[in-house]
Design a protein around this ligand. Structure first.
Ligand SMILES: Nc1ncnc2c1ncn2[C@@H]1O[C@H](COP(=O)(O)OP(=O)(O)OP(=O)(O)O)[C@@H](O)[C@H]1O
Length: 587
């Protein structure tokens, strides 16, 4: 007999299978007046005189979308309209994919991951995680397990962004992911780690770990890692208590590389190679979606690119596939190709599909897996991990020369007081306390601040006396929540500093080869999102770094205003940290 959960799932399933590919447009805010929201978008691209006297270029382009979100749209609205329906279908047991497609700088990362300035700028990934974990906690009839993987594809090579066992300072340091196909044509991604997330916080930590790796392991030519596709995947398993049957579904959230046209960008060398790989893989993605929409099409060209191979079981068919075409509308940036790709996909999905949506790709339906199969999969995973370990032992990673290693170790040892993680942790704890008191005291309704809240030791202070009543209890709860959030922040910062250390090592080596000379005084700034988070004056009197002049560290100094510090913490709370940069400079 069908349980209520199953009947809800199957009714959702009936709705889901009728789904066609959804194509939405999103316009990035600009100084120009906002376009009106609707289902179509019209571009007028004036003929450029520089193109010559005879110019037959089209001037007016009109494109149709499911819906176009104008410049004023909020992230929450994007989540509700675009991501929530896909998340619901994943809960019902279907695979789903959301990808952001658009020119460099048009807002793909902002849409998928979010912006770093405000908490409300959280993008689709953090909001979807929050929504799904809420749903799990409300459904006591099922046991849910969530695993997360985060893959970066650069020039057709895959890299695992969630490997925390080694410190990556270059893309090549990350484990290389390769595709394997079994006899049943199922795709397996070798070396891509699946990390279990027991709750929203753990899942966000994984997102943060991946984003940090993404930023630190820069692509050879780019600072901002914008030239690769990033696929964040949630693998859901659900099972009734006591049952051996596990139901699996996946949600891919994909931040595609910028769709800039090679001819327009005037690139050469490595950048040209990157651009060609990007354009080719986007072209293959489009081809797969169009092929899926054609009735009686026997061959779908998944194998042409790594991206389509990875998304193979989550595109079209019973899967819910949604594309967001992001657009920056100013003359310089008008990207007719983004909109025309969107329209082409929409037409092919809508025009030729039958009422069941585009052709079933035979991988999309809910997968039911027995415990036995799960165990054999685990065996495979274990043997892959064993191989990985073996490889790791035989490949200890890049080495410093003996002199450089010695200099670096002395430097780290001498300055441990300032550079150790624990120290920074204490530093941050101290700041957190101050901030907590600042935060909570500014929102205390009564003019008399609560002694527990405003005390600098308040974060870990004792509970309020009974007579302080409900207000005090509420304040204590607020404080506890803030404290929990801040401990997460501290862990994030620890991770960031760990990564930064590796970067320091690399930069130190480079710097030393250029500037290493007797009696040099240098300043080391550790900069994170344009904020100086650490700051040292170092003096070298020989090859070794023999003297350190500790300087004021802005976070503990009183030069910074509360607003600065708040901005600093808020930037972290967003969980979208970009890498810490180290700057070495001569005095
Ligand atoms: N809707 C928006 N509202 C506010 N700021 C935005 C919006 N979209 C993008 N931005 C800002 O524009 C800048 C570029 O956006 P983003 O990095 O998301 O572009 P992108 O398309 O991912 O670029 P790339 O291809 O280089 O990765 C960022 O500073 C981002 O915060």
């Amino acid at each position: 007999m069908e349980s209520p959960a199953d009947s809800a799932a199957s009714s959702q399933r009936r709705d889901t299978v009728k789904q066609k590919i959804q194509i939405f447009g999103r316009i990035k805010p600009s100084k120009k007046p906002s376009a009106k929201p609707g289902a179509s978008l019209e571009f007028v691209v004036p003929k450029d005189l520089a193109d010559g006297f005879v110019n037959n270029k089209k001037e007016c382009y009109r494109f149709r979308f499911q819906k176009v979100f104008d410049q004023t749209v909020k992230q929450e609205e994007i989540f509700q309209n675009i991501a929530k329906p896909v998340a619901d279908s994943v809960l019902a047991g279907y695979n789903g994919t959301i990808f952001a497609y658009g020119q460099t700088g048009s807002g793909k990362t902002f849409t998928i991951t979010g912006g770093a300035e405000r908490y409300s700028d959280r993008g689709i990934i953090p909001r979807t995680l929050s929504y799904l974990f809420d749903c799990f906690s409300q459904d006591s009839s099922m046991i849910y397990t969530t695993n997360i993987s985060y893959l970066e594809i650069y020039n057709e090579l895959g890299y695992d962004l969630l490997d925390s066992r080694r410190e990556a300072s270059r893309l090549e340091d990350l484990p290389r992911v390769s595709i394997m196909e079994d006899a049943d044509q199922n795709i397996h991604l070798r070396n891509l780690s699946l990390q279990q997330a027991g709750n929203e916080e753990e899942a966000l930590n994984l997102l943060f770990l991946g984003d940090t790796n993404r930023m630190i392991a820069e692509t050879p030519m780019n600072q901002a890692s914008t030239r690769s596709h990033c696929v964040f995947t949630m693998h859901l398993c659900r099972r009734e208590p006591g049952s051996a049957t596990v139901r699996r579904s996946k949600l891919h959230l994909v931040d595609l590389a910028g769709s800039d046209r090679v001819s327009k960008t005037g690139l050469y060398g490595q950048q040209l190679t990157e651009a060609k790989y990007i354009n080719l893989s986007l072209h293959y993605l489009e081809q797969v979606i169009i092929a899926l929409s054609e009735k009686n099409r026997s061959h779908i060209p998944y194998r042409n690119s790594m991206l389509t191979s990875v998304l193979r079981d989550s595109l079209g068919g019973n899967c819910m596939t949604t594309m967001i075409a992001t657009m920056a509308i100013d003359k310089r940036n008008v990207d007719v190709s983004t909109t025309s790709t969107g329209t082409r996909l929409k037409q092919s999905a809508a025009g030729t599909a039958d009422e069941n949506g585009i052709q079933d790709n035979h991988h999309s339906a809910e997968q039911v897996i027995t415990l036995k199969e799960t165990l054999s999969q685990r065996d495979n995973e274990i043997s892959i991990l064993r191989n990985k370990n073996k490889q790791k032992q035989t490949n200890p990673g890049p080495q410093l020369s003996m002199g450089q290693q010695e200099a670096f170790e002395t430097f780290m040892k001498d300055h441990d007081d300032h550079l150790t993680i624990d120290d920074n942790k204490n530093l941050l704890k101290q700041r957190s306390r101050q901030l907590t008191s600042h935060n909570v005291s500014t929102r205390t309704p009564s003019s008399e601040p609560c002694p527990h809240v405003c005390s600098t030791a308040g974060v870990t202070g004792s509970p309020p006396e009974a007579e302080e009543g409900e207000d005090a209890l509420e304040e204590t709860l607020c404080r506890q929540i803030t404290q929990e959030k801040q401990s997460t922040e501290i862990e994030h910062l620890q991770l960031l500093l760990e990564k930064t250390k590796v970067k320091i090592q690399r930069d130190f080596r480079q710097w030393w080869s250029h500037w290493g000379a007797p009696h040099v005084e240098v300043t080391l700034l550790i900069i994170h999102k344009h904020l100086i988070i650490d700051h040292f004056n170092l003096q070298f009197s020989s090859f070794r770094c023999t003297r350190l002049t500790p300087s004021s560290i802005p976070l503990t100094g009183d030069q910074q205003t509360d607003a600065d510090i708040m901005a600093f913490i808020r930037a972290r709370q967003n969980l979208l940290h970009r890498t810490g940069n180290c700057t070495w400079s001569n005095h």
